[in-house]
Design a protein around this ligand. Sequence first.
Ligand SMILES: Cc1cc2nc3c(=O)[nH]c(=O)nc-3n(C[C@H](O)[C@H](O)[C@H](O)COP(=O)(O)OP(=O)(O)OC[C@H]3O[C@@H](n4cnc5c(N)ncnc54)[C@H](O)[C@@H]3O)c2cc1C
Length: 463
Amino acid sequence: VVEGRSHDVVILGGGPGGAATGLALSRHDPSLSVALVEASDYASVRIGETLSPRVRELLAHLGVWEAFLEDGHGAAYGTSAAWGGEEVYENEFLFHAQGEGWHLDRRRFDALLAREAERAGVAVFRGARYLRHRARRGGGWELHLRRGEEEIRLEAPFVVDATGRRAAFARRQGASRVIFDRLLGLYLFFELESPELLPATFTLVEAWEEGWWYSARLPGDRVVVALMSDGDRVAELGLRRRGRWLEELGRTRHTRRVLAAGRPGPGPTVHAAQSQLLAPVAGSAEGRGWLAVGDAASTFDPLSSHGIFKALRFGIYAAYAAADFLRGEGPDRHRSLDKYQRRAEGSFESYLATRTDYYRQEQRWPEAPFWRRRFGLIALSPRQILTAVPEKAAEARREPALYLPAPHLEHLWELCRTPRPAHEVVTACKQGQEHPASDHRIILALEHLLARGVLRVDGSSPA
Ligand SMILES: Cc1cc2nc3c(=O)[nH]c(=O)nc-3n(C[C@H](O)[C@H](O)[C@H](O)COP(=O)(O)OP(=O)(O)OC[C@H]3O[C@@H](n4cnc5c(N)ncnc54)[C@H](O)[C@@H]3O)c2cc1C
């Protein structure tokens, strides 16, 4: 075991979220000693490449704008979409940001941020994987990393979990991932053979009955093509199979032009892309604290093209929260983490509302499961009486955390053991919660439990 030194903050995960937190910490309070631990050496392919033009102010704030410009990423001039109709148009309402943005070489971008963090004074451990930790008596965390044959031990009173959607550290603190859909991305890269067939600015989103296609031209005469659909639909339609995937691509109206322009590489590779929120995103006990940032805290639908932007922005908030925690005394310490928690939840709620608006613009397949699930439709009326189905007690306990954490779903079932109107269930569910979910989320959870047969409707209460 190599004894590493003690730090004020150890950041686990060196993607955009982790690197931004390190950069922001070193700017915000240069006296803090910060370590950044990244499992990879940034050599293998990374997914997610469209960046909003608004990223400029964030990168400037982090002090890396000049370095970014010199790094040679491609410009992206807005996105074309066949969404809500067959024809392709420049979609003003598109979730994607307007104006000139960027198509990143993700490997290079992530490596650049880590390098810049290192230049700013962060101790970067590349090729080092966080394995486990323990809470030290008297405060602080002891973290164990594996780098090749060596095991490295680091200590710090504050840990930032930036390990991506797995949230490897936070989940061991009892945080759970609440999911809002089961979106998958099936990715395949094409080598362009006839580059003249695709404009240099080519970026396209095309809706279809089972989801949507995304394609974009990348630096180095490559094109990324992704089929996005729900896990159950992908399984039922056999879309993981290369032949089936290419067949569906051939059936698209617009995206298929990639087939004429280039040669498909291996794949498709499958990537989890569900919207998800960690509950909670921060915590503390006995003088030590932690928080999650980037995808570890919440993930957005790739349709939003907002994941990297959010990771950078919350990296800045995370740095403030961590620094305040370390400086604070007593209840002050928790206040900084509470504020961070509220910010993360607020941003996720507004993201969900935008997502619903965007999916509702596509009404060509109102009965298709993929689209129905995303319209946020509520059939339940506030006066309908909800009753727990007694034989389903075990299932209520096993429900995956859809819309609410699993214990809250179970709590809903418990509340309905006494039959009562839906509006009362919603109110009761929020009682005693420090950070209650929105009514809309609770109602969606109730509808989900009704659809699963765990609850049933038993008439209506009088007006
Ligand atoms: C299909 C798909 C398409 C997307 N398209 C876009 C897009 O066009 N635009 C956009 O802005 N966003 C997009 N996103 C989202 C974007 O990729 C993420 O939001 C972004 O990568 C989040 O950054 P992060 O640093 O939080 O996490 P990540 O990028 O996942 O980084 C986590 C890092 O932690 C490291 N790590 C993991 N475990 C450990 C461990 N135990 N020890 C040490 N290190 C560890 C990993 O190696 C990785 O470097 C897309 C996502 C998906 C799934």
